[in-house]
Design a protein around this ligand. Structure first.
Ligand SMILES: NC(=O)c1ccc[n+]([C@@H]2O[C@H](COP(=O)([O-])OP(=O)(O)OC[C@H]3O[C@@H](n4cnc5c(N)ncnc54)[C@H](OP(=O)(O)O)[C@@H]3O)[C@@H](O)[C@H]2O)c1
Length: 212
């Protein structure tokens, strides 16, 4: 299996890379700083930015599947997904790569929180999403729009807050909305779930919420 990974140096992306290498997959990773990447000798590194269409195309070309755990390194307006995901989609179309599993977030859609208690929904939607998480949520909404219009075999995995704790090996999964009172999940469990989606057709063309 040949896998192209975006965001491989990030919290979730490095766990994805580790799992892909452990599974014996051939990994191509787009990296802004390959010299700092712990798995640099075990992947095919492409040095560059996800805002560079040529570097994105070279990363995707020849892959069986694309995994993305891209995101801004801050809560400020960085437009990482707004700029990078259209380039990834375009490169996949041009090179004939069909499958992408992308890390999104539970705030991506209007009805994402429809299963939450009313007070929690109000606090998150009326306060948190309008202040602290304003730009990350806008980016995830943009990612959703781009993937859902892509015509590709896409899956957007939508967790709430990510933690660095160890995998529990189980989580709640819902195709309609974030599971009730789901507020956290570890990056390890998210990486495991994303790996399972590589050849699982169940969530193709859909978003899927996961939470402890
Ligand atoms: N944090 C949370 O609680 C939370 C909750 C739900 C969803 N999410 C979403 O999950 C995703 C991943 O989160 P994370 O915390 O695992 O990631 P992270 O540690 O912030 O890593 C982000 C990755 O994106 C890469 N990146 C950013 N801009 C890039 C560019 N222009 N070109 C190439 N690579 C670029 C970074 O590369 P560098 O190493 O070069 O910086 C890094 O590998 C994000 O989209 C985030 O919105 C986060």
């Amino acid at each position: 299996m040949k896998v192209a990974i975006f965001g491989a140096s990030g919290g979730t992306g490095s766990l994805l890379t580790e799992r892909c290498l452990g599974a014996g997959y051939e990994v191509t990773a787009l990296l802004r700083s390959p010299e700092a990447f712990p798995f640099r000798d075990r992947v095919r590194p492409i040095e560059g930015s996800a805002f560079d269409g040529d570097a994105v195309r070279r990363t995707v070309d020849g892959a069986d599947v694309v995994l993305s755990a891209l995101g801004a390194r801050s809560l400020k307006k960085e437009d990482v997904l707004e700029r990078a995901v259209p380039l990834i989609v375009e490169a996949m179309r041009d090179t004939g790569v069909r499958r992408i599993v992308a890390l999104g977030s539970a705030g991506a859609l209007d009805d994402s929180l429809s299963k939450q208690p009313a007070y929690r929904r109000w606090i998150v939607q009326s306060i948190v999403y309008k202040t602290l998480l304003k730009w990350p949520v806008a980016s995830q909404r943009a990612q959703w729009r781009t993937l859902s219009a892509s015509g590709l075999e896409w899956t957007m995995v939508m967790p709430p807050m990510l933690t660095n704790s160890r995998a529990r090996g189980h989580c709640r999964i819902d195709g309609d909305a974030l599971p009730r009172n789901g507020s956290r999940i570890s990056r390890s469990d998210v990486a495991d779930f994303m790996m399972q989606q590589i050849d699982n057709p169940q969530w193709i063309g859909k978003g899927v919420y996961i939470a402890w």
